[in-house]
Design a protein around this ligand. Structure first.
Ligand SMILES: C[S@@+](CC[C@H](N)C(=O)[O-])C[C@H]1O[C@@H](n2cnc3c(N)ncnc32)[C@H](O)[C@@H]1O
Length: 301
């Protein structure tokens, strides 16, 4: 029996503004938005988007009701098609679409089955497709990786030695950010995750990149459970509702003078997020936007 249901609907792309956040809350396990510019949306007419929400099979009717009430609140009307997901060879589909991808200044994410010729100017991050989030294609990952690389470049420009330092990667997913940090010079990384099945994929990715011995993984939903250790750099690419919930634990894990990089914030939520995340110990140093998403870099006093 299928474990997942999909809820699919089509609406004018302009009406998606402001909807992406609530839809992510409704289907935190997965959402796909297609339009004429995406690989899987070539069939859509100009100006229209198709949204596919992935929800656990038993949760389809509840999600359908919540979706209809969200639509009604916003004066929207669309037909929702609910289907049980066919068992498909997701790896084969993924392989057909996933290509090497440049991120930041010199990072290149490479699918394990499609490694390009090595380039001495680039740092390869090899990813094996699996259940864990973080193939590099999502804007939130790209924003976090770019902010991470910029931070590391800044530290090196000031003569900092990172090889003796450890970073914390909250919501590590595929491990992509930790792997990037380790290949850019960090000595060790600690990753936290709530998705136990995905952690096997994280371990495989770390091993593929030759950093398996330097990435320590913890199955936990709160970095407080790591104890009193503090880190010069804490990364957290998680949806903003969770970032806000974890605010105190995240700040506590950053050593004084250290940096906290958060990604997964919708650009339209910037002001409310910055207000909710305000803390006397934090100074907002930079923010970057990519499409609908943004990442923010804070210095901790
Ligand atoms: C947006 S993905 C980011 C994955 C990867 N770090 C990247 O940048 O591509 C967020 C990840 O956080 C995990 N997650 C969600 N809530 C969490 C929590 N409270 N603590 C740790 N991980 C969490 C999810 O399972 C998911 O793998």
């Amino acid at each position: 029996m299928s474990q997942w249901s999909t809820l699919t609907f089509t609406l004018p792309s302009s009406r998606l503004v402001g909807l992406e956040g609530p839809l992510t809350e409704l289907a935190p396990d997965g959402m796909q938005i297609d339009d004429g510019a995406t690989l899987t949306g070539k069939d859509l007419p100009d100006g229209m988007s198709r949204v596919i929400l992935y929800v656990p099979a038993g949760d389809g009717s509840r999600a359908q009701t919540a979706l209809q009430s969200l639509a009604a609140d916003r004066g929207l009307s669309f037909e929702v098609l609910q289907q049980d997901l066919e068992e498909r060879d997701w790896n084969a589909e993924w392989k057909a679409h996933y290509k090497p991808l440049r991120i930041g200044r010199r990072l290149r994410v490479e699918p394990v089955f499609d490694r390009p010729t090595p380039d001495p100017e680039l740092i390869s991050i090899v990813i094996d497709p699996g259940m864990a989030f973080g193939t590099g294609t999502h804007e939130t990952t790209q924003l976090a990786a770019t902010a991470l690389e910029a931070w590391i470049d800044g530290q090196k420009a000031h003569g900092a030695q990172l090889s003796g330092q450890t970073l914390l990667d909250v919501g590590t997913g595929s491990g992509i950010l930790s792997i990037a940090a380790l290949k850019l010079g960090f000595g060790a990384a600690v990753g936290t995750e709530i998705d136990e099945p995905g952690l096997e994929n994280t371990r495989d990715n770390a091993a593929l990149n030759g950093v398996g011995g330097r990435l320590k993984l913890h199955l936990t939903d709160d970095p407080d459970s790591l104890g009193s250790a503090r880190y010069p750099l804490v990364l957290a690419n998680i949806i903003s509702s969770i970032l806000k919930r974890l605010k105190a634990s995240l700040i506590d894990r950053v050593q004084p003078g250290g940096t906290l990089i958060v990604s997964g914030v919708l650009a339209e939520e910037r002001d409310s997020f910055v207000n909710a995340f305000a803390d006397p110990r934090l100074t907002l140093m930079a923010d970057q936007v990519d499409g609908d998403w943004m990442a923010l870099t804070y210095l901790r006093s």
